[in-house]
Write a protein that binds this ligand. Structure first.
Ligand code: GTP
Ligand code: NA
Ligand code: MG
Length: 457
C-alpha cells in the first residue's frame, strides 16, 4: 500500500475522572452544540459510546479550526463516557487497548480527587496517553461567560481577578500533578506532548474551550498516533454490555475497534457456560442526534466499519460475558481455536477462585470489573468461593448461605456495582446472609475492614 491508500478509523477516546467532574456534561455539550440553531448534524449515540463525525467537529470548531489552520485527516471521534473507574476497567478489559487516548476530567475548583488518582494509575498501568480537561472554569469567581468561545479568547476578556484566580488554579493543578510525577502544562504552552500532559480548560455549561478540547484530541491523534488508527481488517471488537431490549431479545453492545462487521456474520463470544456460537441477525445504531433506546429509533446496517459503537442482535446471547472479545468466524478460520480463545478469556478470571470452597461470594457487573475486584480481594487476603456476573438473585444468596456451616464469617455476598433483586434481599434476611454492596472498590475496602475487623474482636 502507498501512503495514499491508507485509511483511518475514528480514534476511540475514553472520558474518565472523578465523580461529578462533568464527563457526561462535556459530552452533552459536544452533542448539544451541534443541535443548537436547529442544525441537525450526524451524531450517532450509543449507550456509553457516541460517534462524532468529522463534519460535526468541523462545524462545531469552525472559527477556531480556521484560526489554527486545522487539517482534518480522521473520519471522526468515538467518545466513550465512563461512569467511574470500574467501568473504565471494563472498557479496557484484557488490556485490549480499546481506547487510543483518554480525556481525564478534573474539576478546576476541586483539583485532584480520589478517582482522579485512580484514573491516573489506570492510565499509567495501561500506558494510555491522555490529556486533561480542566472543567468548570465558569465557576471561577467573577468569570465572564463567553459562550462556545475558544479558551484564549475567553481568557482575554476576564477581569484581572478572575484571570488571576484561573492562573492560581492552573498552578495548583500542575503542582498536584507533579506530586503524582506527571509533568503538565496548559496545552498552548506544551512543546513536547510526549513528556508533558496537556491541560485544556473547559466549561461544559458555557462552552469555553470545547473547540480546543476537540481539536487538541484531533491534533494529538494526527501528529503522534496516526499509525495507531490505521484501519485494518483485523477484527478487534469488545463486548461492553448485555441487554434485553423489547422486541429484540437479548442484545449485546460492542465497540468495534478495528475491522468490519456484517449482517449474517458467524460470531463467537465468551459465555459463562462456554463459548457461544451464533450469527448476527441485525447490526443497529441509533439515528443521528437521537439518544433514545427505544427500538423504533435504531437504524439497521448491512455492514459497519470500525470504529463504532454497535448494538448486535443475535440468538443465544443470554449468557454472554461483558468485557470479553467478539470473534468473527471466517470461511478459513479454525473454529476450535476461536472457541478455545473465547473460553480462555473467561477462565483466566474464574481461575482466581478458591478451590478449598471456603470464602466469600462475589458478584460484579462485568468480567473486567470482577477481575479488578478479585485482584483487590487477593491483595487484602480475602478468599473467594463463589463468583457471578450480573444482578444478585435468590440462588446466589443460597450459594452463599452454604458458608454458614463451613465458616460463618464468609457467609457474605459482595455485590460490586450490581443490582440486588428484591427476592435476594428477602432470602438474605431470612437466611442471615449478609450482602455488602457498593459501586466502588474504594468504599468496599472500608466496609470489608469493618466486617472482618468486627469478627476478629
Ligand atoms: P459521573 O458520571 O457521576 O462521574 O459525573 P460526571 O463526571 O459525568 O459529571 P456530570 O456531567 O454528571 O456533572 C456533574 C454536575 O456538575 C452536574 O450538576 C453538572 O451540571 C455540573 N457541571 C458539569 N460541568 C460543568 C461546568 O463546566 N460548569 C459548571 N458550573 N457545572 C458543571
Ligand atoms: Na454525575
Ligand atoms: Mg457521567
Amino acid at each position: 500500500t502507498t501512503f495514499a491508500d491508507k485509511q483511518y478509523r475514528s480514534p476511540i477516546i475514553c472520558i474518565l475522572g472523578h465523580v461529578d467532574t462533568g464527563k457526561t456534561s462535556l459530552l452533552d455539550k459536544i452533542r448539544n452544540t451541534n443541535v443548537q440553531g436547529g442544525e441537525a448534524r450526524g451524531i450517532t449515540q450509543q449507550i456509553g459510546a457516541s460517534f462524532i463525525p468529522v463534519e460535526a467537529i468541523k462545524e462545531q470548531t469552525k472559527s477556531f479550526a480556521e484560526k489554527i489552520k486545522m487539517d482534518f485527516k480522521l473520519p471522526g471521534l468515538l467518545l466513550i463516557d465512563t461512569p467511574g473507574h470500574e467501568s473504565f476497567n471494563n472498557l479496557r478489559s484484557r488490556g485490549s487497548g480499546l481506547c487510543d487516548l483518554a480525556i481525564l476530567v478534573i474539576d478546576i475548583m476541586h483539583g485532584l480527587e480520589a478517582q482522579t488518582l485512580e484514573s491516573i494509575n489506570l492510565l499509567r498501568m495501561r500506558k494510555t496517553p491522555f490529556i486533561v480537561a480542566l472543567n468548570k472554569v465558569d465557576r471561577i469567581y467573577d468569570w465572564k461567560p463567553c459562550v462556545n468561545t475558544d479558551f484564549k479568547e475567553a481568557y482575554k476578556v476576564q477581569s484581572k481577578s478572575a484571570a488571576q484566580e484561573f492562573d492560581y488554579k492552573v498552578k495548583d493543578t500542575i503542582a498536584a500533578l507533579a506530586g503524582q510525577e506527571l509533568n503538565a502544562e496548559l496545552y498552548w504552552r506544551n512543546k513536547d506532548h510526549r513528556k508533558y500532559v496537556s491541560l485544556v480548560p473547559t466549561s461544559a455549561h458555557t462552552g469555553e474551550g470545547i473547540s480546543d478540547l476537540m481539536l487538541v484530541v484531533m491534533q494529538l491523534m494526527q501528529k503522534l498516533m496516526l499509525d495507531k488508527v490505521e484501519f485494518t481488517n483485523q477484527l478487534q471488537c469488545t463486548l461492553l454490555e448485555v441487554k434485553v431490549i423489547e422486541g429484540f431479545g437479548t442484545t449485546i453492545d460492542v465497540v468495534l475497534v478495528n475491522g468490519t462487521l456484517n449482517e449474517g456474520d458467524k460470531i463467537v463470544v465468551s459465555g459463562f457456560n462456554g463459548p457461544i456460537e451464533t450469527s448476527i441477525r441485525s447490526l443497529l445504531t441509533p439515528p443521528p442526534l437521537r439518544e433514545s433506546r427505544v427500538k423504533s429509533t435504531f437504524i439497521n446496517h448491512k455492514s459497519i466499519r470500525a470504529a463504532m459503537g454497535i448494538k448486535i442482535v443475535a440468538p443465544g446471547l443470554e449468557k454472554a460475558v461483558p468485557g470479553t472479545s467478539l470473534h468473527v468466524v471466517g470461511p478459513n478460520d479454525d473454529i476450535e481455536k476461536i472457541r478455545a480463545e473465547a473460553k480462555r478469556e473467561v477462565d483466566s478470571v474464574l481461575n482466581d477462585v478458591e478451590t478449598s470452597g471456603i470464602g466469600v461470594s462475589v458478584q460484579a457487573s462485568t468480567l473486567g470489573s470482577l477481575e479488578a475486584f478479585l485482584n483487590f480481594l487477593k491483595k487484602i487476603k480475602v478468599p473467594v468461593a463463589n463468583v457471578a456476573i450480573g444482578p444478585v438473585h435468590k440462588k446466589h444468596v443460597m450459594n452463599t448461605s452454604i458458608m454458614l456451616d463451613k465458616d460463618p464469617k464468609y457467609a457474605i455476598l459482595l455485590a460490586f456495582d450490581v443490582k440486588i433483586e428484591e427476592s435476594a434481599l428477602h432470602a438474605a434476611n431470612e437466611m442471615k446472609v449478609q450482602i455488602l454492596s457498593d459501586e466502588t472498590i474504594y468504599l468496599f475496602e472500608e466496609k470489608l475492614k469493618k466486617h472482618f475487623g468486627a469478627i476478629k474482636e
